[in-house]
Design a protein around this ligand. Structure first.
Ligand code: URA
Length: 159
């Protein structure tokens, strides 16, 4: 089981991923494997540190064989995810990938449809970008992801 980690109150951003992987499951820390290393470079490119942020996942238990969580698993974990976000009150939420975006926006839309605009999650601005594990498989998409993160930096007035 892997809970969220980082700034427990008023973080600048809450990054929401999909589910813990093997490394995360073994250590109890979110995003510490290969995808986490890429997330760390995205965070430092944004001139931020993990300590400024809250990092969590849609589901807290590792799905077998790293499969995508099933819809009933997402529904079962949503109150916990929403509870974390309500408790930490981030200035902004970044959904990493379609699973997080769908869980937070409560909609089965494509990532193409959800990226490129601001959404509202219970009064908190929310932006959707690609999951770092997807960016590792398709590095050409990093440029678009950086565009998403620059929108977040502008919203948070990070220059
Ligand atoms: N590690 C996590 O904690 N979440 C993901 O979505 C992927 C890797």
């Amino acid at each position: 089981v892997v809970f969220g980690s980082g700034k427990p109150s008023k973080p600048r951003i809450a990054f929401v991923g999909e589910a813990p992987g093997k490394n995360e499951d073994e250590t109890g820390e979110p995003f510490i494997g290969k995808a986490g290393i890429l997330l760390d470079s995205m965070i430092s490119a944004m001139k931020l540190k993990r300590d400024d942020l809250y990092i969590c996942n849609v589901v807290n238990c590792r799905p077998p064989e790293n499969r995508t969580p099933y819809p009933d698993e997402v529904v079962a974990c949503s109150p916990f995810l929403f509870g974390q976000l309500r408790a930490v009150e981030p200035e902004c939420i970044v959904a990493l990938g379609a699973s997080a975006a769908r869980a937070l926006l409560r909609a089965k839309r494509s990532i193409k449809d959800m990226r490129g605009k601001w959404h509202d999650w219970e009064g908190i601005p929310l932006r959707v970008t690609f999951h770092p594990a997807f960016l590792l498989r398709d590095p050409q998409k990093k440029r678009e992801a950086w565009g998403d993160l620059q929108e977040v930096m502008a919203k948070l007035r990070i220059s």
